[in-house]
Ligand binder design. Sequence first.
Ligand SMILES: C[S@@+](CC[C@H](N)C(=O)[O-])C[C@H]1O[C@@H](n2cnc3c(N)ncnc32)[C@H](O)[C@@H]1O
Length: 254
Amino acid sequence: MVSMSDKNPDHKIIADYNGYDYKKEFWDNSGREYEDLADRMAIRKLLPDAMENFVDIAGGYGRLADEYISRAKKSTIFDYSKTELADAKKTYGDRINTKAGDIYALPFKDEEFDSLMMIRATHHFKDMPKVIEELYRILKPGGVAVIEVASKKTLPKMMRYWFKKSDINPFDRKPSYLKELEMYNYHPKYMESLFKNQGFKILRVLSVSNFRSAKLKKLFGVKNLTRMEKVAQPLLAPIRFAPSIYYKLEKPAK
Ligand SMILES: C[S@@+](CC[C@H](N)C(=O)[O-])C[C@H]1O[C@@H](n2cnc3c(N)ncnc32)[C@H](O)[C@@H]1O
C-alpha cells in the first residue's frame, strides 16, 4: 500500500491500494475469520432486503459483495484502486459494476442510488464532513446508508491512555490520527453529530467486532466468539463499545 501523504502531504487520499493485494495480505489465512463474520452479521441485519440501485463505497475487491448482490437489482463497487476493482470483476463478472474514483468527488449523479454501504474505510479519510456530504448527495430521498465507523472510544484505547502508553484521549470527540499506522479514528458522538447535521436520520446502531483480540480468539475459538458477537452487537450498541460502530442511516423523504 502506498501512502499518498508521503508523495503529497496535502492530498486527501491517504491510502492507495493500487498494486496492494488487500485480499491476500489482509484477509486470506490472516486469523481474521471472526472479524469478517462480525461484519457480515451486521450487514445482514442492516441492509434493506430488496434494493434497486446499490453502491458499495470503498468496496475494494468485493469481500462483502455476496452479502448484497442477491438483494439488489443493480450493484456497483466504487473504489480508488483499479487493482481492487479488477479483482472484483474477476470474481463477480457481469453481476457487478465497478467504478474508480476519489471519495471526495464521487463520480455519480445526485440521488443516483437508493442504498449504499461503506465498511472499513473511515480510518482512511481525513475530511470526514466532505465524505458524509458526498454520500448524502448520491442517495435518493428515502434512501438508506450503512456506514461502519472506526471508533476511537474503545476499551484497549482507554487502557493505553490511562496507563500513559498513548496520549490520544479516547473521550475527546475530536478525530484522532495514528501517525505510525496512518489512520484516523472517530468518536461515535462526533460521527453522529456529522450525520445529523448533514440531514441523516439514525435508524439503528450496532456494536461490531466486540471481541477483536488474539487472546480472546485463542481462549474461546472463533465459533464461540461469533455466538457471543451475535448477542453483543445489539446489547452493547447503547454504549458504542466496539472498535467498529455500524450505523443504519436514512436520507429523509422529501
Ligand atoms: C480497508 S479497505 C476496505 C474494503 C472493503 N470495504 C472491505 O471491507 O473489505 C479500504 C478501501 O478504501 C479504498 N480507498 C482509500 N482511499 C480512498 C479514496 N480516497 N477514494 C475511494 N476509495 C478509497 C481503498 O482502495 C480500499 O479498497
